[in-house]
Write a protein that binds this ligand. Structure first.
Ligand code: FE
Ligand code: FE
Ligand code: ZN
Length: 280
């Protein structure tokens, strides 16, 4: 079975989000853990979470992804933003533990001119301060497009971050198709080669989720602008290959394409059509 969903708003609560996922034929999804541009998190409503988890159980949902605000920067050159990133991530993970065994995805950050080595060190420091040895939430580093001074635009950088973390079994990677294509990994013409490279440098066993996005600007552009599937430089064939790939097909796939709900429902349908149920 294809594990497919999209980014959803959690602003009306978790139960409402679960129902929305169901209504568009999704069995997984992603949401922002709090206001994506700020710090405000809603009061934790355990009753709402209970109803939400019931929907997930009863409908066979697979692991979902809480996405950290993208304004966090765990490798800022200044101390205050780093502290802020640490506080928010720590609180988010504590919240995610009320929905055990799922994923918390974050953007590694931008080193702002300090150099990538310093950036990597600051990110691993943050992770080592917040990861609890008994947590069930797996923290995912998102593959980045490498724009500006972004850290995580290469598999090597992500691997170095993972190497520096003490509790490595709490860590993984979320691969964003638009980001890696923009970063220069040609998954349109050589998916197999890119996956081999990923496996050699990071390890495919570290890959827990995939963001499915086409790209407006295209290969090597380092831009990070998502497009609807099949309407960008990557083309629908690439996504057919990705969702059916023997090393990827079991993973949760999350759409972050520029769509409203009906657009997401349509893309989910297309992908279900393209998924080859019986292939091994
Ligand atoms: Fe992201
Ligand atoms: Fe993404
Ligand atoms: Zn993006």
């Amino acid at each position: 079975m294809l594990n497919i969903g999209c980014h959803l708003s959690s602003s009306k609560g978790y139960e409402a989000m679960g129902k929305t996922a169901l209504s568009i034929g999704a069995n997984t999804f992603q949401f922002f853990t709090r206001n994506p541009r700020g710090s405000k998190a809603r009061k934790l409503d355990l009753e709402d979470i209970e109803k939400f988890l019931k929907i997930c159980r009863e409908n066979g949902f697979v692991g979902f992804v809480g996405h950290a605000p993208y304004t966090l920067n765990a490798c800022s050159a200044e101390e205050r933003p780093r502290e802020f990133a640490r506080e928010v991530m720590e609180d988010d993970i504590r919240r995610m533990e009320h929905m055990p065994n799922n994923y918390y995805n974050f953007h590694p950050g931008s080193h702002g001119g300090q150099g990538v080595e310093v950036g990597i060190q600051l990110i691993t420091n943050t992770l080592n301060e917040i990861i609890q040895p008994n947590q069930t939430t797996i923290i995912l580093l998102e593959t980045m497009a490498g724009k500006g001074t972004e850290v995580g635009g290469t598999f090597e950088e992500l691997s170095q971050i993972l190497d520096g973390v003490k509790y490595q079994d709490k860590m993984g990677v979320c691969l964003d198709t638009c980001h890696i294509y923009d970063a220069g990994y040609d998954i349109v013409n050589d998916l197999e080669g890119v996956l081999q490279e990923f496996d050699q440098i990071i390890g495919l066993d570290k890959l827990y989720a995939i963001h499915l996005n086409d790209s407006i600007h295209g290969h090597g552009s380092r831009k990070d602008r998502h497009e609807k599937l099949g309407e960008g430089h990557m083309g629908i064939k690439t996504f057919e290959e990705i969702i059916n790939h023997p090393k990827l097909r079991h993973l949760p796939f999350v759409l972050e394409t520029p769509n409203e709900l009906d657009g997401y429902a349509a893309e989910i349908n297309v992908l279900k059509e393209l998924f080859r149920e019986n292939s091994l």
